[in-house]
Design a protein around this ligand. Structure first.
Ligand code: NAD
Length: 499
């Protein structure tokens, strides 16, 4: 075994061995359901933990606890500065337990320990502290009104932003800790209670974060966590009548189903969904910047990033030279387990995801597509996919339009920027895009015409707590992050005072 492999902390081994339940009312409780769900290490395919498979009754208990906590005012009516201080302490606890959480994430999700440390822990800390600060910035506006009756009366109105109630947070498996905190933090900063459901594939880090919330001083019931399947646990949570708001991140298909069921009660909903994100490379782009930036943008976390660049349109004069550089980079990538920090490509998160990606590649081969692949994984039981380039895919290939969510990148030769733009916009998705050029006029002309919630110029996939993020078209509704983030977790109340 390589000496490079990070030694698993004793605290991580002990956590994995625990008998896991549901986190309700500030502590672990047993599920009332008989079933359980396995958690596998994607590097070996071995079971590393077993979690509860919550029933609808379990979910009801968690939501009622959150609702009790909300209506009691123990958190929702607490001074904003106190909420801020507790949430900052929560971030400090993540920092103190950073290595433990990074290792848990690598073991359950497969990603590189470097990425787990830098993003799941490091970036999440930035988001947590930014969002904690929003608790003390919640504000409305004041208005003079022109109501003329009765004669002589005057009216002044103001708006209050009030916490919306119980939030249901539904989390995918690609960045479990970070995306989980993107739900917990704005909900708690706004004064809401939350019931969170991690993905059944990667529940462990959020389970640990539930305990740390209590340690930080979040009152019992304000942060509850249920583990289970989407069909039973997720469905029971998103359709629960005491849930006022659903914050969902996941696939477009699941998001649409949740939106349909939310319509019955007009439950407030934010949807952060899939993407098929284009990059447009103009002939004056800096080639080194393009190759480095798009390798990161496309292969980070094995391409399991909603914002990942997955189709690149390159102007003809520089196409061959860029393809050669991408080819050499992909063939040189080291593939191995995430706990080995020297590896660049790691297993994908689940057997199902591995099979799904292999299906896209089989379909491409059946249509004689030109594929260039790097190394395959070391362990046949692990969920490895070799990093792969697809040259000039046509409409017959499923991967041309569908989200692959794997280390697969297509490169297409285009005549000019207009052809690239037309192809880039020809998608049901509209999450992110990037434009690569040294021509300022071209950048300013093209960015408003790209149909995407985020457009980067000369970078891709880099996000920040202060920059709103969300999708055009079928990539979702609503925006996360930024100074207005808590708007989605509050209701606006107008108060009209006659005087
Ligand atoms: P998914 O839709 O399969 O599952 C997401 C979550 O929804 C899981 O917790 C799952 O258990 C739950 N779920 C499934 N069915 C449900 C139901 N009927 N009711 C309630 N909950 C249900 O998605 P995934 O495979 O876990 O994640 C990958 C997808 O997430 C990709 O499409 C990716 O683009 C998207 N994603 C989007 C963003 C973004 O910010 N836009 C970020 C990360 C991932």
């Amino acid at each position: 075994m390589s000496t490079q492999i990070v030694k698993t902390l004793d605290s991580v081994s002990a956590f994995l061995k625990r008998s896991h339940g549901l986190y309700i009312d500030g502590g672990w409780v047993a599920s009332q359901a008989a079933g359980s769900l396995p958690v596998y290490d994607p590097a070996s395919g071995e079971r590393i933990a077993t979690t509860a498979d919550a029933s609808a009754e379990d979910v009801d208990r968690a939501v009622r606890s959150a609702h009790r906590a909300f209506t009691s005012g123990v958190w929702s009516r607490r001074l904003p500065a106190e909420r801020e201080r507790i949430l900052l302490r929560y971030a400090d606890l993540l920092e103190q337990h950073g290595e433990e959480l990074a290792q848990l994430e690598t073991l359950e999700q497969g990603k590189s320990i470097n990425i787990a440390r830098a993003f799941e822990v490091g970036s999440t800390l930035n988001w947590m502290r930014y969002t904690a600060g929003l608790a003390t910035k919640i504000s409305g506006r004041t208005f003079d009104l022109s109501i003329p009756v009765p004669e002589g009366a005057r009216y002044t109105a103001y708006t209050r932003k009030e916490p919306i109630g119980v939030v249901a947070g539904i989390v995918p498996w690609n960045f479990p800790l970070m995306i989980g905190m993107w739900k917990v933090m704005p909900a708690l900063a706004a004064g809401c209670s939350i019931v969170i459901k991690p993905s059944e594939i990667t529940p462990l880090t959020l389970m640990r974060m539930a305990e740390l919330a209590t340690d930080a001083g979040v009152p019992p019931g304000v942060f509850n966590l249920v583990t289970g399947s989407g069909q039973v646990c997720g469905q029971a949570l998103t359709s629960h009548p005491l849930v006022s708001k659903i914050s969902f991140t996941g696939s477009t298909a699941t998001g649409k189903g949740i939106a349909r069921s939310a319509a019955d009660r007009l439950t407030r909903i934010s949807l952060e969904l899939g993407g098929k994100n284009p990059a447009i490379v103009l002939k004056d782009a800096d080639p080194q910047q393009v190759v480095e930036g798009l390798l990161l943008g496309s292969f980070l976390n094995q391409g399991q990033v909603c914002a990942a660049s997955s189709r690149i349109y390159i102007e003809a004069p520089i196409y061959d030279s860029l393809v050669a550089q991408f080819e050499s980079a992909v063939k040189g990538m080291s593939v191995g387990q995430g706990m080995d920090p020297t590896t660049q490509i790691n297993p994908v998160a689940s057997k199902a995801q591995q099979l799904k990606i292999q299906g896209f590649l089989t379909n491409a081969r059946e249509h004689n597509a030109e594929l260039i692949s790097g190394a395959s994984g070391p362990d046949p039981q692990g969920y490895y996919i070799a990093p792969t380039l697809v040259l000039n895919p046509d409409e017959a290939l499923h991967l041309t339009r569908e989200e692959v969510f794997g280390p697969v990148l297509s490169l297409t030769r285009v005549a000019d920027a207009e052809e690239a733009l037309a192809l880039a916009n020809d998608s049901d998705y509209g999450l992110t895009a990037s434009l690569w050029t040294t021509n300022l006029a071209a950048a300013m002309n093209l960015t408003p015409r790209i149909e995407a919630g985020t457009v980067w110029v000369n970078s891709h996939t880099l996000i920040d707590a202060n920059m709103p993020f969300g999708g055009f078209k079928q990539s979702g509704t609503g925006r996360d992050f930024g100074v207005d983030w808590l708007d989605a977790f509050t209701e606006t109340k107008s108060v009209c005072i006659r005087h």
